[in-house]
Design a protein around this ligand. Structure first.
Ligand SMILES: *[C@@H]1O[C@H](CO)[C@@H](O)[C@H](O)[C@H]1NC(C)=O
Ligand SMILES: *[C@@H]1O[C@H](CO)[C@@H](O)[C@H](O)[C@H]1NC(C)=O
Ligand SMILES: *[C@@H]1O[C@H](CO)[C@@H](O)[C@H](O)[C@H]1NC(C)=O
Ligand SMILES: *[C@@H]1O[C@H](CO)[C@@H](O)[C@H](O)[C@H]1NC(C)=O
Ligand SMILES: *[C@@H]1O[C@H](CO)[C@@H](O)[C@H](O)[C@H]1NC(C)=O
Ligand SMILES: *[C@@H]1O[C@H](CO)[C@@H](O)[C@H](O)[C@H]1NC(C)=O
Length: 419
C-alpha cells in the first residue's frame, strides 16, 4: 500500500514530465463547437447526451490571449429550447479540477444537471491551464513555460470577468448567479474586490468551501510547505516546474487501477483522497471516484499553489508576492496590495465543512465578518464533511445541494419544482 502511495506522490511530482495526450487544442474554431475527448475516452457531450441533456461548447478569449472553454447546458431533460428567459448560473471548479466535477455523478447527484432540470440556464467554466482550456493565441502550453505564469490573481483579472461577460452576452440576462467551489470562490472574491462594478452583474454568489483567508488551513502538507515556503519556491524554480497533475492517460490508468470496485487496492483509493483533502472515508464511494477520475486531475499551475502558500503564511488575502523589488515594479509597493472583501457588495451565501483541511472554520468566520452582504452562512451538519465531499459525498444532495438549491431558487424567484 505504501508503494501505491509512493507511486501516487511520484505521479504528482512528475506531472511536468507526463506526456500530454490531451487533444484539447484540436478544436479548430472558436465559438460553439465540439468538446474533445480526453484521457481514456471521456467526452462531455456524449455523457450529457446519454443522460438526455443538451450541450453547447463555447470558446472565450481573455484579454491576455488565453482561450477558455465554457460548457453550457441551456435547459433540462424533458424540456426544449424556448425563447423564455431562464436565470443563468455560472459554476466554477476548484484547483486541479474542471467543469466535469458538476456532471459526472449523473442527474440525481450532480449540481449542474439538477439545476438544468429545475429550469436554469447552466454554464460551467474552465480556468486556463485545465484539460479544456489549454489553448492560447500565441503561447503553447506544452512548449512555453510563460503560458503557466499565472495564479488566481490572473484568473480573477482575466478569466472570471471574461466568462461572466460571455454568459451575460449570450443569455441576454443582466445578472447571473455564480457558484464556486474552492478556488472558484477565491477568484470571484478577488474579482469583486478589485473590479467592484462586477458586483452589479451578480444575482448571488454561492460559495462552496470558500478559500479567502488561509491562516487556519490545517492541511499537514500545507503546514509543512508553509514552513519551507522559500525552499519550496527555489526548488520548483530550479526544476522548472510549471504545471501540476495535468490529465494524462498514464495517471488516469494508474489511479483507476487502484480506484475500482473490487480492486485489491480498493482501500488505498479513498485513502489517497483522504490524504489530499481530510479524512472522511464514509462519504466517499470507490465507484464515484472511478468516474471522477475520467477527468480529475485536470492540471493547474504551480504558481497557484505558491500563491495559496503565501496566503497561509501572511494570513492576509492579497495579490501575489514577487519579493520587494518586483513588487515595487508591479504594484509600486513593497508588499502586495490586499483584496478588500468589504467591496464585495453582491449577496453572498457561504457553505463550509467541519473537517475541511483546506478551509478553516475560523477563516470563514473572519470572511463573513468582513463581507457586507452575507445572506446565508451554513455550516454543514456532518462532522466529517471535507473539501472533496463538496463534489463527491454520497449524501451530497441532502447535506449540501438541497440547501444551495433552496437558496438559489428563493433569490432567483424560481419555483421549487421542475418546470
Ligand atoms: C422526464 O420524463 C420522464 C418520463 O415522462 C419522467 O419519468 C421523468 O421524471 C422526467 N424527468 C424530469 C427531470 O422531469
Ligand atoms: C426564438 O425567437 C427567434 C427570433 O425571434 C425565432 O426565430 C425562433 O424560432 C424562436 N425560437 C423558439 C424556440 O421559439
Ligand atoms: C514558444 O515556444 C516555441 C517553441 O519552442 C518558440 O518557438 C516560441 O518562440 C515560444 N514563444 C514565446 C513567446 O516564448
Ligand atoms: C486562526 O488564525 C488566526 C490568525 O489569522 C489566529 O489568530 C487564530 O487563533 C486562529 N484560530 C484558530 C481556531 O485556529
Ligand atoms: C530549467 O530551465 C533553464 C532555462 O531554460 C535550463 O537552463 C535548466 O537546465 C533547466 N533546469 C532543469 C532542472 O531542467
Ligand atoms: C457506490 O456507488 C455504486 C454506484 O452508484 C453503488 O452501486 C454502490 O452501492 C455504492 N456503494 C456504497 C458502499 O454505497
Amino acid at each position: 500500500m505504501y508503494t501505491l502511495l509512493l507511486v501516487f506522490v511520484s505521479l504528482i511530482s512528475s506531472g511536468c514530465l507526463a506526456e500530454f495526450v490531451i487533444t484539447a487544442h484540436e478544436r479548430e474554431e472558436l465559438g460553439v463547437g465540439e468538446a474533445p475527448t480526453v484521457g481514456l475516452g471521456f467526452n462531455m457531450e456524449s455523457l450529457l447526451t446519454k443522460y438526455g441533456y443538451p450541450f453547447e461548447n463555447h470558446g472565450v478569449i481573455t484579454e491576455d490571449g488565453y482561450v477558455l472553454a465554457l460548457h453550457r447546458i441551456p435547459y433540462g431533460r424533458n424540456s426544449s429550447a424556448t425563447n423564455d428567459t431562464k436565470p443563468s448560473v455560472l459554476i466554477m471548479h476548484g484547483v486541479g479540477s474542471s467543469s466535469a466535477d458538476f456532471v459526472v455523478l449523473g442527474p440525481e447527484r450532480s449540481l449542474a444537471l439538477m439545476l438544468a432540470d429545475l429550469g436554469y440556464d447552466v454554464w460551467l467554466g474552465n480556468n486556463r491551464g485545465n484539460t479544456w482550456s489549454r489553448k492560447h493565441q500565441t503561447l503553447d502550453a506544452d512548449k512555453n513555460s510563460s503560458y503557466w505564469d499565472f495564479s488566481f490573481d490572473e484568473l480573477s483579472l482575466y478569466d472570471t470577468p471574461a466568462m461572466i461577460d460571455h454568459v451575460l452576452t449570450v443569455s441576454r440576462n443582466k445578472k447571473l448567479s455564480y457558484i464556486g467551489h474552492s478556488q472558484g470562490t477565491t477568484q470571484f472574491f478577488a474579482l469583486a474586490s478589485h473590479q467592484p462594478d462586477y458586483n452589479d452583474k451578480i444575482e448571488v454568489m454561492m460559495a462552496l468551501s470558500p478559500v479567502v483567508y488561509c491562516g487556519n488551513m490545517t492541511h499537514p502538507v500545507v503546514q509543512f510547505l508553509k514552513d519551507y515556503h522559500t525552499a519550496f519556491e527555489m526548488l520548483t524554480d530550479y526544476l522548472n516546474l510549471t504545471v501540476i497533475l495535468p490529465h494524462s492517460i498514464v495517471t488516469e490508468t494508474a489511479l483507476k487501477l487502484v480506484c475500482k470496485e473490487g480492486s485489491e487496492y480498493q482501500d488505498a483509493c479513498p485513502l489517497i483522497f483522504n490524504i489530499l483533502y481530510g479524512f472522511d472515508s464514509d462519504q466517499l464511494n470507490v465507484s464515484d471516484i472511478h468516474v471522477f477520475l475520467d477527468t480529475y486531475p485536470a492540471g493547474f499551475a504551480i504558481k497557484e499553489l505558491k500563491h495559496y502558500l503565501q496566503l497561509v503564511k501572511s494570513e492576509l488575502f492579497r495579490r501575489y508576492d514577487y519579493g520587494i523589488l518586483k513588487n515595487l515594479e508591479k504594484y509600486f509597493k513593497i508588499s502586495p496590495p490586499e483584496y478588500d472583501v468589504s467591496l464585495v457588495t453582491a449577496p453572498v451565501a457561504l457553505y463550509y465543512g467541519q473537517n475541511d483541511w483546506l478551509v478553516g472554520m475560523a477563516d470563514v468566520d473572519r470572511l463573513a465578518d468582513e463581507l457586507p452582504n452575507v445572506v446565508e452562512k451554513h455550516l454543514i451538519d456532518y462532522k466529517d464533511f471535507n473539501h472533496i465531499d463538496f463534489i463527491l459525498a454520497k449524501d451530497i444532495v441532502s447535506m449540501l445541494y438541497s440547501k444551495v438549491i433552496n437558496k438559489l431558487n428563493e433569490i432567483n424567484g424560481v419555483a421549487p419544482t421542475a418546470s
